[in-house]
Design a binder for this molecule. Sequence first.
Ligand code: NAD
Ligand code: 89Y
Length: 344
Amino acid sequence: MADLKGALIGCGFFAINHLHGWRDVAGAGIVALCDSNGERLKAVGDQFAIDARYGDAHALFEREKLDFVDIATTVPSHRKLVELAARHKIPVICQKPFARSIADAKAMVAACQAAGVPLMVHENFRWQSPIRAVKAVLAEGRIGKPFWGRVSFRSAYDVFTGQPYLAQGERFIVEDLGIHALDVARFLLGDAHSVSAVIKRVNPRIKGEDVATALLDHGGGVASVVDCSYASRLEEELFPQTLIEIDGEAGSLRLGAGYRLSVTTAAGTSHHNVSPPLLPWASRPWHNIQESVPAIQRHFADCLRAAREPETSGTDNLQTLALVEAVYASAAAGSTVSVGGLLA
Ligand code: NAD
Ligand code: 89Y
């Protein structure tokens, strides 16, 4: 019997990973589902044998006794659902992109704070085990103080079949995928003060940009390049691998293709295979992302039990959202944008 009983709102493409993930989190479980699309609700309810099903979130919160709610809908519904959860005093984990605007994000953070309700954003890329392995090398001080980094995601994988809405929005790669890479840059090198970026749409069949390159100033002379593309046909399709390069005062690290991590110091180079495990319910090539889902859910459950602020709390995620906004603002203006100015 789970000590933490949750409801999942949104039974779409990615929610299947949430449901498998929660089954892997000891002491937590999903006891009710909600989706405004009746067919999806039935299909997912049947697949995971969850009988408590709601077409409307108000009814869900009124009738179920919950310890948390997991919001796996797309961004337009996030504010309404997070504020509803806050009114019912139910802790929230909400998918990325958390909000369409900094104002919406701040309103959700304020609503949860006023209600005394924990709020975490499902910003899961930093929970991928290869990225945790990079963080561990930095934390051990093996390459000394970092002064330069690159977080790169380049692919031509068709994400539009599974997630058709990605082809339809004015904004695409920065808001959808770059958001993860920007969060990873923050996670590894700290918050950034300013951003200069160039974006472009290459694929004529989509509305938003599918290529972005950003230079982040982390302060003290520390800089990183965050680049992402869904228009890069490469010899080896690496979806959904994030490649990372970091140079430090005592060495360097490279997380390369095939989850190969190399660490170079004065003593030479060591090579490590940091491939993510293929969980029994996962499938390649998505297994890297899928593995990070129970990892972030476990963190959320641990934080709820310990009454601890999660790593990617709503407040923390304001910084990541500000980087997203800074990329768009810089690309539009053709100039460097201050991140603090966007949060003021
Ligand atoms: P989707 O469109 O397939 O599913 C969303 C579901 O939410 C739909 O079934 C829809 O009917 C339902 N819904 C929308 N508003 C609702 C409301 N107010 N009440 C009840 N149900 C509602 O979307 P998806 O591809 O599963 O993506 C969901 C979110 O997950 C997006 O924000 C996306 O960016 C994110 N995502 C994250 C990752 C990751 O690695 N973190 C990967 C893929 C998608
Ligand atoms: O929605 C995106 C995400 O968060 O990870 C990969 C993805 O599914 C497509 O870009």
